[in-house]
Design a protein. Structure first.
Lengths: 187, 242
């Protein structure tokens, strides 16, 4: 994705896609599909399914581009939400393979602090979010990240972290509220 | 106090909705409410923005090179575009069905549209499709039979049976004295072709598939007890199989 171009260009491409402009839509696809595919691949283990999810997602983006409101969200967030939702829907239809790759998932999450996205490159928003996530108990932080990055259900989380499903729900809610408090408190 | 509780309950729902951890019923409830509940919509949008910085840390992955073609051909299909788009679209679908370990109900929507178009060309042999429909409704199931792989994949497109009821799939004709149950249809499933009994093309072409509405879990008697709601016959996908 070309970081030199501002997000306003994407909003314009979305607007034109909403008006039926297939060329604008193709440009939009070329500039955003790798990012969305990266998001989808973390949620769906099979490349064939990830491919289908990507196509479904861009079809939805095409259909709904006319309703995108730049006042409410940024283009990438809007598109990424469509991608995540579709990938999670498809994931829920299949059997979730909790044990396979789950240790990788947690290792990867814990390297969120180190790794290629070094602190210096992060946006302030990400730094704040990481800071607030760090304030949460370890299990709660893991749950949130497993769900967000990998699309895990309460059931899958419950199995991996060896906590009852209802506990997962309670912990999620309590800690999401704490997270919000930390994020809102810093504004 | 009550207002605060309601707010935090609504916010918790919004947060888990964005995270993706709501169960199916909760999710459907939220989606319904989003249509009319402005406060909920704002809460959901707020949570999306709050969590979106995490997306920064996800590395881009180049998608398959023909994915764009797939998207554009679907757009063409929707707008009733040229027939060439269909062949591309169908090729992709079949490749996915062979490889996918978990079929999604929506995957077949394009395939059904394709099959429904008269005179559509088809690329490969060994595959048959039955589109199950009723007079009054759009196609509801697609059964894809792959003789090379030896499987039948059933995909439900739209209809949901009423609570407490299940759809059950039957095979009729081709020498059968009575309808033969192929099992209760969940969102999607695959069964081995051998269960059909007949695997030669001629018998397959005489087979009629039917879906009946049964008590939850399927017919208690081994024969259809409820109304037959959808039927369909096999269509060969390749001209060479006629």
């Amino acid at each position: 994705m070309e970081s030199a171009r501002p997000q306003e260009d994407l909003a314009d491409l979305l607007r034109r896609s909403g008006e039926g402009d297939r060329e604008a839509f193709t440009v939009l696809y070329n500039r955003t599909s790798a990012k969305l595919f990266g998001i989808i691949c973390r949620i769906l283990p099979s490349r064939e399914l990830a491919d289908e999810a990507l196509q479904d997602c861009y079809l939805n983006i095409w259909r709904r581009a006319g309703s995108f409101d730049p006042e409410i969200s940024s283009p990438v967030t809007w598109m990424a939400t469509i991608a995540r939702n579709r990938a999670i829907d498809i994931r829920r239809l299949g059997a979730e393979r909790v044990s396979a790759g789950s240790d990788d998932a947690l290792d990867e999450l814990h390297s969120l602090d180190a790794g290629p996205h070094a602190a210096a490159e992060r946006t302030e928003k990400l730094r704040l979010l990481v800071h607030c996530l760090e304030q949460l108990p370890r299990d709660a932080k893991d749950m949130i990240l497993l769900a967000y990055f990998h699309g895990w259900s309460r059931q899958a989380i419950s199995e991996r972290l060896e906590r009852p499903v209802n506990t997962v729900k309670t912990l999620l809610r309590r800690n999401l509220a704490l997270l919000k408090g930390c994020l809102d408190g810093s504004e | 106090m009550a207002a605060n509780d309601k707010n935090s309950e609504r916010d918790a729902l919004a947060a888990e909705y964005v995270l993706g951890t709501l169960d199916k019923t909760e999710r459907e409830d939220v989606e319904r409410s989003l249509k009319t509940d402005e406060t909920l919509r704002r809460a959901v949008a707020d949570w999306q923005e709050k969590l979106s910085p995490l997306l920064e840390s996800i590395d881009p992955v180049p998608p398959p090179p023909d994915a764009l073609e797939g998207v554009l051909s679907r757009i063409e299909l929707e707008s009733g575009g040229p027939a060439t788009a269909n062949v591309v679209h169908l090729k992709r679908r079949l490749a996915v069905w062979r490889g996918a370990t978990a079929a999604a109900a929506a995957l077949a929507a394009g395939l059904a549209l394709y099959i429904a178009l008269p005179g559509a060309p088809a690329p490969q042999g060994g595959q048959f499709v039955a589109v199950l429909e009723s007079k009054d409704q759009d196609p509801a199931f697609v059964a894809s039979i792959d003789l090379t792989e030896g499987t039948i994949a059933i995909v439900r497109l739209a209809s949901q049976p009423a609570r407490g009821r299940s759809y059950e799939l039957w095979a009729l004709g081709a020498g059968r004295k009575a309808p033969e149950s192929l099992g209760v249809i969940n969102a999607s499933y695959k069964i081995p072709v051998q269960q059909l009994g007949a695997t030669d093309r001629a018998s397959l072409r005489e087979t009629v598939f039917a879906v009946s509405l049964e008590p939850e879990g399927g017919s208690p008697t081994g024969q259809p007890t409820g109304p037959v709601v959808f039927t369909g016959k096999i269509v060969p996908l390749s001209q060479g199989d006629k």
